[in-house]
Design a protein around this ligand. Structure first.
Ligand SMILES: [Zn+2]
Length: 79
């Protein structure tokens, strides 16, 4: 039996469907496995369990958090 903790990542954007605030971090407490998943399109990505994750909180390096996506259904993945 494994316990998975899930936590939404604020302002994170899904690389697959570009949805914002739909990415959540999953952490399996038993194995220590960590990954992220998108609840909008079921995209998943493995996350290396780094001891210190770099948080680009301070400005100065062109941290572009574009919040210009207001129409989520306007652009589907181009296949
Ligand atoms: Zn997605």
């Amino acid at each position: 039996m494994s316990t998975i903790k899930r936590q939404f990542i604020a302002a994170a954007r899904c690389p697959a469907c570009q949805a914002v605030d739909r990415i959540r971090r999953c952490h399996e407490t038993v194995s220590g496995r960590e990954w992220i998943e998108c609840v909008a399109c079921a995209y998943q990505e493995e996350r290396p369990t780094a001891p210190a994750s770099p948080t680009p909180e301070r400005g100065g390096e062109g941290v572009a958090v574009t919040v210009a996506l207001r129409t989520p259904a306007s652009r589907q993945a181009t296949t």
